[in-house]
Write a protein that binds this ligand. Structure first.
Ligand code: ATP
Length: 360
């Protein structure tokens, strides 16, 4: 079932948590709402679930208008047909896995063999068969998380709302659970709306990502397009993995200049003017020897993590982080030669932060 919000606003006094947001979450899609702490993503989910009342706007679930400020419609949470899993997944500690999962089904009047069948089916879906009689305290964090998911999918919601469901797990379990979630989405084919502040998670899981900044959606696009064409400096910065370089540059018809640094720009530059230039660490080549068109930089520090190597470079006041293709043997203060991939540069307006496309 698709979910749509139209001109949705939620205010608490002077705080505008969600600011005039219109979004369509496509049927069967895995859509992520991504943004930093306080940007309004949890509020958006709670509005859709019916746990908070919007100040203004409309919410549609399927073809049903479940909230409208002008038509005074406000369908209660239990009748919206959505399942919600929170960050703290709150299993009942004194109940077995079976009883935790059975909770919602019992509330709907299911009993006996029909109940047992549906509980087992939900546990199979999250690969927890055989653990029915355990108590939550006897499970790992990842298993507890999966019980919470099983409890949700047991009642067969048409829409699943997930609020940072993996945030209490360690890195290895998170990765495992991401794969389980993606598989589950594939098998159930239901509409998932997922909230996270983790851009890697958002990019890995989603069909589409809505990036939020201070209550507004600043870009709503596929992960690939967000990576390739971030709509503004905030999106570029927030979705960087792990960082994006930003330099103030003066652009002329043929080049960009930044404090002693000259970059040829033919033919990818924007119209002449002053810009913030964004360069991803992986969009540069780096070599210990001069290469045609390369720029010499001094190595400030070398950081390696497994197969990834990052060089922190300096040239006058310009600082640049680059990711090497492999493993370069370099010493601090050594000179290395950087080639920027000119077709992958990003230009932003210094006043508004908005992306500026190449003019030619
Ligand atoms: P986090 O990742 O930290 O959970 P978030 O992006 O989910 O952040 P929200 O929880 O939606 O952000 O909060 C958005 C804004 O609304 C924040 O400024 C927050 O302080 C405010 N806010 C949230 N709930 C309330 C409330 N019940 N009363 C007043 N202000 C609130």
């Amino acid at each position: 079932m698709r979910v749509a919000v139209r001109r949705l606003t939620k205010r608490w006094g002077a705080v505008v948590a969600v600011h005039d947001v219109s979004l369509e979450f496509a049927r069967g899609a895995f859509t992520t709402v991504l943004g930093p702490s306080g940007c309004g993503k949890t509020t958006m989910l709670r509005l859709i679930a019916g746990l908070e009342e919007p100040t203004a706007g409309e919410i549609w679930i399927g073809d049903r208008l479940v909230f409208s400020s002008t038509e005074h419609i406000n369908v209660p949470p239990g009748r919206r047909g959505v399942g919600l899993v929170f960050q703290s997944y709150a299993l009942w500690p004194h109940m077995t896995v079976f009883d935790n999962v059975a909770l919602g089904l019992r509330q709907r009047g299911l009993r006996g063999e029909a109940l047992a069948r549906q509980v087992r089916a939900a546990l199979n879906r999250v690969r927890l068969e055989g653990l029915e009689d355990r108590y939550p305290g006897e499970l790992s964090g990842g298993q507890q998380q999966r019980v919470a998911l099983a409890r949700m999918i047991a009642v067969e919601p048409q829409v699943l709302l997930l609020d940072e469901p993996l945030s209490n797990l360690d890195a290895k379990l998170r990765l495992e659970m991401r794969a389980e979630l993606k598989r589950l989405h594939h098998e159930l084919g239901i509409t998932v709306i997922y909230v996270t502040h983790d851009q890697v998670e958002a990019m890995a899981l989603s069909t589409r990502v809505a990036v939020m900044d201070r209550g507004r959606v600043v870009q709503y696009d596929t992960p690939d397009r967000i990576y390739r064409t971030p709509a503004d400096r905030f999106v570029a910065d927030f979705t960087a993995n792990p960082v994006m370089n930003f330099l103030e540059v003066d652009v002329t018809a043929t080049e960009a200049r930044a404090d002693g640094l000259v970059l040829p720009l033919d033919p990818q530059g924007p119209p002449p003017g002053r810009y913030i230039l964004g360069i991803r660490p992986e969009d540069c080549g780096v070599s210990p020897n001069p290469v045609s068109g390369s720029i010499p930089f001094r190595v400030y520090a070398e950081l390696s993590a497994g197969p990834d190597q990052f060089l922190h470079l300096r040239r006058d006041t310009v600082q640049l982080v680059v990711k090497t293709g492999g493993r370069l043997r370099v010493q601090p203060d050594q000179i290395v030669y950087v080639t920027l991939y000119l077709d992958r540069l990003h230009f932003f307006d210094p006043e508004t932060g908005r992306r500026v496309e190449a003019a030619r």
